[in-house]
Design a protein around this ligand. Structure first.
Ligand code: UT7
Length: 325
């Protein structure tokens, strides 16, 4: 029995030039490099320039992904952009990216699942490709979280950064087994009972302002490991695979302690875990494709490798995607 799979043809990323270190933050607010590193693993984050918007980051990441895939922008007929920091309330940042890439056919839309956005976008594009509705997709995670941070609130402002990452997915007929290349399974979950634990205190429909990010960090932390491991176990069950079969674990990069605890609980060997939270901070929907690109560029992730992606974030939302590279 054959199946259409969404095969990753290439990936690309973009980080704004400005780097903000923990030491620079400690000079501004009551925090320290020690506290940030010990509690989160973060050492620095990138911050977008004033005239650099989420769409600009996304266009740069998309161009890099197209170049890596060796395909023309005109072959893309679907663009899904995961972001919680759109350029404007509307139109979608995806259409700004589509326009920036010179594409005016197919469909482009935004998707909002906060830090889980890339997994939700990947699953959405995968379903469209497998249904035959579209042939080749750009899936982008792009964020300028620096714009929605309260820079006086040390409990949140030290955690996040800006950036973008993208992958090109191509619908290809495969055998239908787990040896196939491409997305093998995705699992998405949400539970709105937790919506006030990580949120932005503004919006067009409520305050008519943009608002600032607010988080009960301990509460998020408390739920994170269980939720993450649940959807990864779902992916293992759906494909008959196990932690031993994984070549790489590329989690959402929010906190090294959450990542370590999740890998430990799932018996995933530490050397299979890709960590970039030290360099990028938490870039929300951009964190997974940014980490993926680092591991592809440095030669860790190779064709045929089995890669587990996962994320958990505001909503709460959480999800996993098992991909053969
Ligand atoms: O991507 C979406 C998902 N988000 C996450 O995964 C975030 C999940 N949460 C976390 O990563 C952690 O809860 C944090 C890193 C946010 C906080 O770590 P924690 O170990 O839970 O610390 P805490 O909130 O319990 O704070 C411990 C202490 C407090 O002081 P007291 O009350 O013990 O005196 C805080 O006021 O650390 C203090 N604190 C800080 N100290 C120095 C909080 N933020 C800072 C700071 N610098 N930046």
């Amino acid at each position: 029995m054959t199946a259409i799979r969404s095969v990753v043809l290439g990936c690309g990323s973009y980080l704004p030039q400005k780097v903000l270190t923990n030491a620079e933050l400690a000079a501004r607010i009551d925090t320290s490099d020690d506290w940030i590193v010990q509690r989160t693993g973060i050492r620095q984050r990138h911050i977008a320039a004033d005239d650099e918007f989420t769409s600009h980051l996304g266009i740069n990441a998309a161009r890099a992904a197209l170049a890596d895939a060796g395909v023309d922008a005109q072959s893309i007929d679907l663009i899904v952009v995961a972001t919680s920091t759109p350029d404007n309330t509307f139109p979608a940042t995806a259409v700004a990216i589509q326009n920036g890439l010179g594409i005016n056919h197919g469909a482009a839309f935004d998707l909002q699942a906060v830090c889980s956005g890339f997994i939700f976008a990947l699953a959405t594009a995968d379903n469209f490709l497998r249904s035959g509705a579209y042939k080749r997709a750009l899936v982008i995670g792009a964020e300028t979280f620096s714009r929605i941070l309260d820079w006086e609130d040390r409990t949140t402002c030290v955690l996040f950064g800006d950036g973008a990452g993208a992958v090109v997915l191509d619908a290809q007929e495969q055998s239908g087994g787990t040896a196939d290349r491409g997305i093998l399974t995705t699992h998405l979950r949400s539970d709105g009972r937790h919506k006030s634990k990580l949120y932005v205190d503004g919006g067009p429909g409520s305050t008519r302002t943009v608002g600032h990010l607010r988080m009960e960090g301990k509460e998020v932390f408390k739920h994170a490991v269980g939720m993450i491991t649940d959807v990864i176990i779902d992916a293992f069950k759906a494909t008959g695979t196990s932690a031993d079969d994984l070549d790489w674990f590329i989690p959402h990069q929010a906190n090294k302690r959450i990542i370590d605890a999740s890998a430990h609980k799932l018996h995933i060997a530490p050397q299979k875990v890709v960590l970039t939270v030290d360099m990028h901070g938490n870039t929300s929907a951009a964190s997974i494709p940014l980490a993926l690109c680092v591991a592809v560029r440095d030669g860790r992730v190779k064709k045929g490798d089995l890669v587990m992606l996962e994320a958990m974030g505001g909503g709460f939302t959480w999800g996993s995607a098992l991909v053969r590279w």
